[in-house]
Design a protein around this ligand. Sequence first.
Ligand code: NAD
Length: 367
Amino acid sequence: MSNPSLLILPGDGIGQEVMAEVRRVIDWFGAKRDLQFDVSEDLVGGAAYDAHGVPLHDDTMVKAQEVDAVLLGAVGGPAYDDLDFSLKPERGLLRLRKEMDLFANLRPAQCFDALADFSSLKKELVAGLDIMIVRELTSGVYFGEPRGIHMEDNMRVGVNTQRYTEAEIERGARAAFEMAMKRDKKLCSMEKANVMESGILWRDVVTEVHADYPEVELSHMYADNGAMQLVRAPKQFDVIYTDNLFGDILSDCAAMLTGSLGMLPSASLGAPMENGRPKAMYEPVHGSAPDITGQGKANPIACILSFAMALRYSFDEGAEAARLEAAIEKVLADGVRTGDLLSDANSTAVSTSGMTDAILAALDESL
Ligand code: NAD
């Protein structure tokens, strides 16, 4: 059987720096755990514009459709700010998401004990937190028609339409149940079925899909209560499934429970491919950070955790993903810190590659 394939798109700025560190981690798993990947690398964003005059070359798009998973660094930078909208680096990212039809956006909120002081919540509420928000990404009020601003009775009226088909709700729900099966088998679906018909349909469809996942404990919550519960007692959740608008807000809120931008991974999943794996793109939440590019200051952990998500959700290597996360946990507990992380007199300041050195050493110790 051939090795699983990975397309690496480092992009711009610190995207290139953190991805170089991820490649070292991938090499470690190849050498020490006999986990081999067929890795190819290509351009996206400003780097693709410089080489080809477009933010994503058609050949790269074809490759992205063929591989088992795409790993992306970050795109953008001041050199590209004045480009025409259609050529901006972000268009490359949006094209990947759209043409791969990545309808489920996964945003984990995972709090490493050593960084619990970073949170705006009390340490005991967030230490050890590990939740996953699955947000429907390609429908709902951001896309529904009619939309626009028009005149009515001499007054401007702004209109957006919340619209979901049962097929859209169902495919996202399946992704969320699959996710729950790989975690603690608990799923909470959030909508506003008390005041919105789309919420009533959402609740019905999620309940129907539940019949195929009887091992998962399903609960329903109104999204406003969900927001409150996320800051009151976030550890009650494992996987949360919600729509595009509520998910936008709830995932940002949950992510910030855990602190630094340099620590936050994400994934976007699409329909299962012939081999059963979902179409998938994994990427850190942060951007290309022009203010620190080329200085060895970028924290590579968000990108390395994105690879851990790929191990768990694309390659069914949950135990190896846990090994990598535990190595990161250990390094942080030992006080190893890039500049973006809270430090004290006992911490050791490291560069981008110094952080990876420490993680690889912790991985070696795990054997
Ligand atoms: P940013 O995420 O690049 O940076 C925000 C701040 O966080 C900066 O001070 C930066 O130094 C810091 N930071 C970010 N990641 C870090 C890391 N790994 N380690 C240490 N510090 C880190 O957001 P921005 O400054 O608003 O945007 C910069 C560029 O990135 C823009 O061109 C923007 O369009 C683009 N962007 C791209 C993506 C993406 O590729 N997914 C996401 C957001 C922004």
